[in-house]
Design a binder for this molecule. Structure first.
Ligand code: SAM
Length: 305
């Protein structure tokens, strides 16, 4: 990327949590991520997690679950419903830094009374680890679904999560695959949404940084930590036709901003905008007059020895 382009790059999406939530929610609304993960949960989750926990956990009356970066809980609730089939009593701790998303999760629970009790922790993982450092709470199942993009130190985060498992407990970390969809876009344009490229050229704070992590980073980190794992994955499709429309629209801009992790990417230097749109198109399939961006989501499964 040219130096001249850096100074006019739109600012990172993480500098505005409300806009991040809006763009994230819009992206979810045009994608089949929820359907894809529900299908994957129905077909695979029991084999990867529930049956193994049944075999590994014999001495506890209540299953203890931790969700990290749970968002509004859609995906975690699929998992919890599967766990309920074998573990009638579950206590879940939900760690989520966005108060808005946490409230949405809480509203869902009220609407669907379950046999699950909850602790709500309006924190980042780092804040939660610091606050609960002395408690030494251990969990049977920990899920971090699409949240490891945002932790400051990946090795530290994965090691803390591993340390919070009981022996025989399972950690599931889900993240976008490298070299396809989001992974391909971010590896081709690593500076997109970076804190070093704010509009006024000044570095943003650490909390706003975007590392564009993908499954390759989790592989590397787990290898460095010498934590054994295996993976499984599924494909998601996002209808992003409006990103390619000549006429600008709020929907097209939200989709483009979430893909690029920036605010107002439409105003990026023209050459860069065209290169990025072309790269996005390479990961798309066309059905009729609609364009679907395809991305793979990889889950890492780790059992505490
Ligand atoms: C892409 S969303 C995924 C939400 C949900 N797990 C899902 O898959 O639908 C990422 C989530 O991670 C949360 N998050 C951001 N930084 C975090 C951090 N440092 N620790 C834990 N969660 C974080 C965000 O607030 C957001 O809810």
């Amino acid at each position: 990327m040219l130096e001249s382009e850096k100074s006019t790059m739109p600012r990172p999406i993480f500098t505005d949590p409300a806009y991040y939530t809006k763009a994230f929610n819009y992206s979810m609304s045009i994608g089949d991520n929820i359907e894809a993960v529900q299908k994957w949960t129905d077909e695979k989750f029991c084999g990867h997690v529930v049956e193994k926990l049944v075999a590994n956990i014999t001495d506890d009356k209540q299953l203890r679950v931790l969700g990290v970066g749970s968002g509004s809980g859609e995906i975690e609730l699929f998992f919890l419903n599967k766990l309920l089939t074998k573990f009638p009593k579950i206590h879940t701790c939900v760690v989520e830094p966005s108060a808005t998303l946490l409230e949405t999760y809480q509203a869902k629970i009220k609407a669907h009374a379950t046999n699950i009790t909850f602790d709500w922790e309006n924190h980042t993982l780092e804040g939660f680890v610091e606050k609960h450092h002395k408690n030494n709470h251990k969990y049977h199942f920990i899920s971090a679904i699409n949240s490891m993009y945002y932790v400051k130190d990946l090795n530290e985060a994965l090691q803390s999560l591993y340390d919070m498992l009981v022996p025989g407990g399972i950690l599931q970390v889900a993240i976008t695959a490298d070299f396809t969809g989001y992974g391909k876009l971010w590896r081709t344009f690593p500076d997109l949404g970076s804190e070093t490229l704010s509009q006024d050229g000044s570095p943003e704070s650490d909390s706003s940084s975007s590392h564009h992590r993908d499954s390759g980073y989790i592989h590397d980190s787990l290898r460095q930590l010498q934590i054994p794992y295996y993976t499984d994955d599924y494909t998601c499709n996002y209808k992003i036709t409006k990103c390619f429309d000549e006429k600008e629209s709020e929907e097209g801009n939200l989709a483009l901003d979430f893909l690029t992790h920036t605010i107002g990417f439409r105003n990026a230097p023209k050459d860069l905008l065209q290169q990025v749109l072309a790269c996005i198109k390479e990961s798309c399939v066309q059905r009729g007059d609609q364009w679907f961006f395809q991305s793979r989501n990889v889950s890492f499964f780790i059992t505490k020895t």
